[in-house]
Design a protein around this ligand. Structure first.
Ligand code: VGL
Ligand code: ZN
Length: 193
């Protein structure tokens, strides 16, 4: 499956806090980095737009336990945990989208409270290819919003890992996305086409 004009790659939250040693480490989170780097290089070479979302919370964010939320503090703006994984390749023309920036609002989806939709429309994007962290939270939520906005959505299954609070959460996320019209694919189907 080769990517072409009208396609975009969306890379969700590949940040230190979701990787090994991070505040909200996703098991195997680091393993997505080489997979995603290959996808980014593939897209860069073909002038396919690449978007990186990042969870970018104020230190008193509503999703943190101290405020009654479900999570330990993570991805606090400008702190080390919020930085992209040090080995993540960011193409020069890539666009970075920050989400969860308001203290009183959580945002799992990269579309929520951002101008991602506007930017995709501006570039006449019709198909989005989604990968990153975490499968069962921000990736799922981003892919569902993309479906609701009418994009054709491809879920790059080997380019993501889940939190799996319940052991089957990632599998359920794939099932839900497929049921709602997303296509499951892999990085090698994209890169080696
Ligand atoms: C995420 C939990 C809390 C994610 C963000 O990026 O999947 N998960 N904030
Ligand atoms: Zn968060």
């Amino acid at each position: 499956m080769s990517l072409t004009t009208g396609d975009a790659l969306i890379i969700v939250d590949v940040q230190n806090d979701f990787c090994e040693g991070g505040a909200l480490a996703v098991s195997g989170g680091d393993d997505v980095v080489p997979v995603i780097n290959a996808l980014s290089r593939y897209c860069e070479n073909r002038h396919i737009p690449v978007y990186f979302s990042r969870d970018w919370h104020p230190s008193d964010h509503v999703s943190f336990k101290a405020q009654g939320g479900p999570w330990p503090p993570h991805c606090v703006q400008s702190e080390r945990g919020a930085a992209f994984h040090p080995d993540l390749y960011i193409p020069e023309r890539a666009v970075i989208v920050s989400k969860g920036t308001a203290p009183d609002k959580d945002a799992y989806s990269a579309f929520e409270g951002t101008d991602l939709l506007h930017k995709l429309r501006e570039q006449s994007i019709l198909r989005v290819f989604v990968c990153g962290l975490a499968t069962d939270y921000c990736v799922k939520s981003t892919a569902l919003d993309a479906l609701n906005e009418g994009f054709e959505v491809f879920v790059i299954t080997d380019g993501m890992r889940g939190v799996n609070v319940q052991p089957d959460d990632s599998r359920h996320a794939f099932e839900e996305l497929e049921n709602k019209g997303a296509f499951l694919t892999t990085s090698y189907e994209v890169v080696e086409s």
